[in-house]
Design a protein around this ligand. Structure first.
Ligand code: GDD
Ligand code: MG
Length: 370
């Protein structure tokens, strides 16, 4: 069976992590998110995947090639103009035959695709939408159904007064290609504000498939951190790469860990990383490849991409560091702060409360302190 993954969004809500990296390519536990997703699709019986790409397309080509390494056939189709969610699939219609899975490229879920397909067939549905309960549907697409699960109403980004259910569009669809006759070619058109409301009017059967599978939108800074914590504490099934060297401590390749360093799992450490004297690394934490954790550093609940260098006594708590940053001694980065790529921070800076530092920023000693 074939699948289309929508990966054309700009990832604005995750900036500055997405300044240099498309959202689906950002690492999740040291592996590009899209790679995790592709392997999961392959393991659930999908053989051919079309990536509808728009932004930083070359990064997908470099990283994934034709998919043969993953035993998948991958087509990367680039849009010159953003075509919207439905327009992007219409654009690859010539590659489709029969019911097709369509995925938002920024959702982490362990949804049972085979069960969803059986449901789609049983209902003789034209479009089946996976649904998940959330506390606040206002950021999502709200879906109302009748007792037979037939969709009655679809409301994208509802106002608080419109909320009648906690079930939202979870961003996985099964679509019969014939419905693309409703989608105008080569123009911006969305499933959520275009095709689905149209299908409610035409009366084409559209069903919701509610599920309590793990589900999270990785497209916001705090959910990006939370999904790491969920994976590390075992809330979602995940095949950790590397080997387990102690209780819930996974190491890829070789690392140099000073005997006086304290590591408390769940922690993942990338290849070539050095952890120096007296450093404490407390899980859930992920450290990328070739990082240097200086003496007496204190790290807890953090996500570090590759090639970060922390000087002595740096404190990281519930934060993200992108690639190739140098953090000066005794700096504190905490409370959802994000430092993106190739930044250089002097000594004793304090970045807190969701502060975001753009790529290539240079800060002197104590440039930011509260
Ligand atoms: N190729 C392509 N072209 N892809 C696109 C385009 C485009 O023009 N626009 C958006 N996408 C991709 C994004 O990269 C993302 O993977 C997916 O389509 C959904 O777009 P978002 O921008 O992330 O939408 P959202 O998060 O506000 O809302 C969507 O997802 C929610 C679930 O996370 C909607 O589908 C909601 O109804 C849904 O609840
Ligand atoms: Mg999204």
């Amino acid at each position: 069976m074939k699948a289309v993954i929508l990966v054309g969004g700009l990832g604005t809500r995750l900036r500055p992590l997405t300044c240099n990296t498309p959202k689906p390519m950002i690492p999740l536990v040291n592996q590009p998110f899209i790679e995790w997703m592709l392997l999961r699709l392959r393991d659930q019986g999908i053989t051919e995947v079309i990536l509808a790409v728009q932004y930083l397309a070359h990064r997908f080509r470099e990283s994934l090639g034709d998919g043969s390494q993953m035993e998948l056939k991958i087509h990367i189709v680039e849009e010159t103009e953003p075509l919207g969610t439905a327009g992007a699939v219409k654009n690859v219609e010539h590659l489709l035959d029969g019911p097709t899975f369509v995925f938002n490229g920024d959702v982490m879920t362990d949804l049972d695709l085979r069960a969803m397909l059986a449901f789609h067939r049983e209902k003789q549905s034209k479009v089946t939408i996976s649904l998940t309960p959330v506390e606040d549907p206002t950021q999502f697409g709200l879906v109302e159904m009748d007792r037979q699960n037939r969709v009655q109403r679809f409301l994208e980004k509802p106002g608080p007064e419109d909320i009648t259910t906690d079930l939202i569009n979870a961003g996985t669809y099964i679509i019969e290609p014939e419905v693309f006759r409703y989608v105008p070619p080569k123009q911006f058109y969305m499933f959520e504000r275009g095709l689905f409301p149209v299908m409610l009017q035409t009366g084409d059967p559209m069903f919701g498939f509610p599920s309590r599978a793990y589900w999270t939108d990785i497209g916001k800074p705090q959910t990006y951190i939370d999904v790491h914590h969920d994976i590390l504490i075992g809330k979602v099934a995940y095949n950790f790469r590397g080997r387990q060297i102690a209780d819930r401590i996974w190491l890829e390749g070789d690392a140099e860990i000073h005997p006086s360093a304290q590591i408390v799992g769940p922690v993942v450490i990338g290849p070539g990383t050095v952890i120096k004297r007296g450093a404490r690394v407390i899980g859930p934490t992920v450290i990328g490849a070739r990082c240097v954790i200086g003496p007496e550093c204190n790290i807890e609940g953090a996500v570090l991409w590759d090639d970060n260098v922390l000087d002595e006594g740096v404190v990281l708590r519930n934060c993200v560091l992108g690639r190739k940053n140098v953090i000066g001694e005794r700096s504190h980065i905490t409370d959802g702060a994000i430092v993106s790529d190739e930044c250089s921070l002097g000594a004793e800076n304090r970045l807190e409360r969701g502060i975001r530092i753009w790529p290539n920023t240079e800060l002197g000693d104590r440039a930011i302190s509260f």
